[in-house]
Design a protein around this ligand. Structure first.
Ligand code: NAG
Ligand code: NAG
Ligand code: NAG
Ligand code: NAG
Ligand code: NAG
Ligand code: NAG
Ligand code: NAG
Ligand code: NAG
Ligand code: NAG
Ligand code: NAG
Ligand code: NAG
Ligand code: NAG
Length: 412
């Protein structure tokens, strides 16, 4: 069983890598990191930089409606700094082997209770795979071409308390105006929970909106998300599925809405845990009721757009939940990059509270502790099972902005 699955893992990984290889028939092979230790991939209209640490995205450049290039994700300038700053809030990485929170840091598989290493809320729960989760570890670069990079990790049996070894491959690819991700993971020795995501922080103005340091003016639309997972004061699911009533603070499905639209509503207090105003919420993505769908063509599960830069991202994914975090935990201490913000001293070069928004494609959080949701097949993987797979495409476009002149409109 073990060798069969390792063999399958290698085969599939090779296939994943090969399917993206050599798009121009020039047999381009490993390109390697730049002087800052980052790996660049690009296509028309988009350029991204990545590092092995957490298989993280560090920079994502797209042009805005004025043709000005903006770096629209959070990260550090210095690739080496990620490992030094152990308090970084999972910047752009892949949380694993189990994203989001595990209640009481425990779960049961086939009658056996497992305990994983707690790392949040005075050790009441495990967040993003524990204190040494995947986004605190170096992945291996197994392929790098000018438009694609594949990272791998081998997560040993017993690491952070999780049962069995997991072997995973993360592939990021650029095509015109689009960032694609494909994550595959194999449980090679024992049944174990697996749930991955991309923990990317967005500010579609590149922190260069001269009228606001926040992302509260960004418009969010989640047309399939009429429901969300109910959580307690420390954001642990309590088993309930809640309605996002139309016109309520969690209604992003009936129409696009600015993230800050309901900021003064009392309903928003405590909406992201005790004493937290805003969003840190797992929205369900309900699509099957309309018949069979192809995630690539049936419309985005979410659209985020900034009226200031005009930059819009449409997120297509095969995942059935979508976490939104409005960066209430930021307090002006995390630095922005040299490619972001203002250099004239007009504003501190840091992320202000609500200065960003995290959007995570994923499955229903902590489903391993909610057996009545009956989602074990999407959360528990063992030797011989189909692999865990996550796919998503982030498609960028620009909308006209009020300040744009006809000449500037001609830029793209
Ligand atoms: C690419 O590699 C293949 C297999 O080694 C070879 O047949 C082909 O001629 C190469 N193409 C170029 C453009 O070098
Ligand atoms: C933005 O536009 C400039 C000028 O056309 C171009 O050189 C640059 O490559 C564009 N940026 C991206 C990320 O495509
Ligand atoms: C990058 O960060 C590391 C660790 O903090 C530090 O030792 C190094 O000097 C930094 N390099 C630059 C160019 O800032
Ligand atoms: C939480 O886990 C501990 C062991 O780590 C166990 O003793 C306790 O019963 C668990 N509590 C709940 C509510 O499941
Ligand atoms: C965490 O657990 C401890 C006891 O183990 C308890 O006192 C505390 O209230 C719990 N909750 C939080 C949010 O720390
Ligand atoms: C991770 O990679 C960095 C950069 O290559 C290196 O400095 C560091 O020692 C590596 N850390 C581990 C734990 O292997
Ligand atoms: C922001 O920049 C625009 C364009 O340069 C300018 O018209 C506007 O007055 C500026 N707003 C502030 C608050 O500085
Ligand atoms: C933010 O949105 C509000 C309307 O909700 C608008 O009045 C304001 O001008 C916008 N500010 C920016 C900087 O886009
Ligand atoms: C679960 O949490 C939600 C959201 O806080 C709350 O409305 C609901 O009453 C809770 N239900 C239970 C059974 O604890
Ligand atoms: C939330 O904002 C929307 C858009 O402005 C509005 O229609 C709705 O009534 C608001 N809901 C609450 C509860 O404030
Ligand atoms: C929430 O805020 C209240 C009032 O400021 C405070 O008394 C309480 O300790 C806070 N609770 C938590 C868990 O931070
Ligand atoms: C700001 O947040 C960081 C990271 O969570 C924390 O270490 C620091 O103590 C906070 N600072 C203030 C002033 O709250």
């Amino acid at each position: 069983m073990l060798s069969f699955n390792l063999f399958t893992a290698v085969l599939v990984a090779t296939a994943v890598a090969q399917s993206y290889h050599d798009p121009n028939g020039d047999n381009s092979t490993t390109l390697g990191p730049n002087a800052e230790g980052k790996y660049e991939i690009s296509a028309k209209g988009i350029r991204g930089l990545f590092i092995p640490y957490g298989a993280s995205i560090t920079n994502l450049f797209v042009n805005d409606s004025h043709g000005i290039e903006r770096d629209i994700v959070l990260g550090f300038d210095n690739a080496t700094h990620y490992e030094v700053d152990r308090f970084h809030p999972h910047l752009g990485g892949v949380p694993g082997r189990y994203a989001n929170r595990i209640k009481n840091s425990s779960f049961v598989i086939d009658g056996t209770e497992y305990h994983v290493t707690p790392n949040e809320n005075n050790n009441n729960d495990t967040l993003h795979g524990g204190p040494d989760g995947w986004d605190f570890r170096n992945f291996t670069v197994v392929a790098h071409t000018k438009d694609s990079i594949t990272f791998s990790i081998v997560d040993p049996d017993g690491k952070e308390g999780f049962p069995g070894e997991v072997v995973s491959y993360i592939t990021y690819t650029m095509s015109e105006n689009t960032w694609h991700m494909k994550m595959v993971a194999f449980a090679t020795t024992k049944k174990t929970p697996i749930m991955l995501s991309s923990h990317t922080y967005w500010n579609l103005d590149g922190f260069q909106n001269n009228e606001t340091a926040t992302a509260l003016n960004h418009t969010l639309y989640m047309p399939y998300s009429g429901q969300r997972i109910g959580t307690d004061g420390i954001l642990i699911p309590n088993g309930t599925i809640l309605p996002n009533e139309q016109y309520g603070v969690n209604d992003f499905w009936s129409a696009p809405k600015q993230i800050g639209a309901n900021w003064t509503s009392p309903d928003l207090e405590g909406n992201c845990g005790t004493n937290c105003t805003g969003y840190d919420t797992c929205y369900l993505v309900n699509r099957a009721q309309n018949g069979p769908y192809d995630w690539r063509t049936s419309g985005p599960v979410a659209t985020l757009a900034s009226p200031w830069s005009g930059i819009q991202v449409d997120i297509f994914t095969d995942q059935e939940a979508f976490q939104v975090y409005s960066c209430g935990g930021q307090n002006g201490t995390l630095p922005i990059k040299s490619t972001q913000g203002f250099t004239d001293g007009s504003r501190p070069r840091v992320v202000e509270q609500f200065g960003c928004v995290v959007m995570e494609v994923e499955d229903w959080i902590d489903a391993i502790n909610q057996p009545e949701w009956q989602r074990n097949k999407k959360h528990i993987f063992g030797p011989g099972d189909d692999p865990y797979v996550l796919q998503a495409s982030y498609v960028f476009s620009v909308n006209p902005t009020a300040a744009m002149s006809p000449i500037q409109q001609g830029v793209r």
